[in-house]
Design a protein around this ligand. Sequence first.
Ligand SMILES: NC(=O)c1ccc[n+]([C@@H]2O[C@H](COP(=O)([O-])OP(=O)(O)OC[C@H]3O[C@@H](n4cnc5c(N)ncnc54)[C@H](O)[C@@H]3O)[C@@H](O)[C@H]2O)c1
Length: 250
Amino acid sequence: MRLQDEVAIITGGGSGMGRAGAVRFAKEGAAVVIVDLNLEAAQETAELVEAEGGKAVAVSADISTLEGNQAAVSAAVEAFGKLSIFWANAGIADVVGPLADASEERFKLMNAVNVFGPWNGARAAMPELAKAKGSFLITASLSGLKARPGSAAYSATKAAAVHLVRMLAVEFAPDVRVNGIDPVATETPMQAVFNPGAREAEAKPKIVAGIPLGRLATPDDIANAALFLSSREASMITGHNLVVDGGALC
Ligand SMILES: NC(=O)c1ccc[n+]([C@@H]2O[C@H](COP(=O)([O-])OP(=O)(O)OC[C@H]3O[C@@H](n4cnc5c(N)ncnc54)[C@H](O)[C@@H]3O)[C@@H](O)[C@H]2O)c1
């Protein structure tokens, strides 16, 4: 098993990529701490993990704060004795649309979750991760690398996350590896945030047209990438942003 004896925190583990990752990591031997604002959703993920024979704890916390991340780290150490993997995956998005319609309040909130979230996650988790010679992973986005109209605020937060990966990687080497994942549009509930209501179905063929492999990513595609980067197989990889985009950036 590829994560035997590892203890992993996954933020945003109540939905989408984080839920897929929790199940995948547990199948590979990790004990998982599933962190989400939505406790019920985190508990559902924990049940999915346990149904597969894995070990899981659900924690309700707001990961935009230092306190929320510290609570998650304490829960991991209390339940499983250590922390060796932290996947800062929770994020929020915004409706794709013109700058004139954008909300400053929403930009501030996205900044709090998408940038302060992983930054506070690192502040809370690095001491434990250093003891375990562990891995810190951030879900950024292809939007942080590739420009397209209508998504300036969300994309700016993700560009910050892309560079945060590199900054943390050099600061915490050689003790903790730090990497990022940059997914293309992925089949999760977040699609309905970018394009609400009937727009979701209308937007999909246009998004797919820009992806050479001809489909959106699945949560399992992202979980597989997260598994590799978090495992000891990636022990010479740090400061890397792994694009999982079906060729969209080519
Ligand atoms: N879905 C996509 O197309 C896509 C593409 C690229 C990157 N991403 C990024 O991938 C990550 C995972 O997204 P997803 O698509 O699985 O989204 P999702 O909406 O399915 O899940 C996100 C989870 O994060 C939780 N969350 C939100 N704010 C939180 C907070 N302050 N504290 C704790 N939990 C919080 C939510 O409750 C939810 O369960 C995000 O960072 C997102 O920006 C998504």
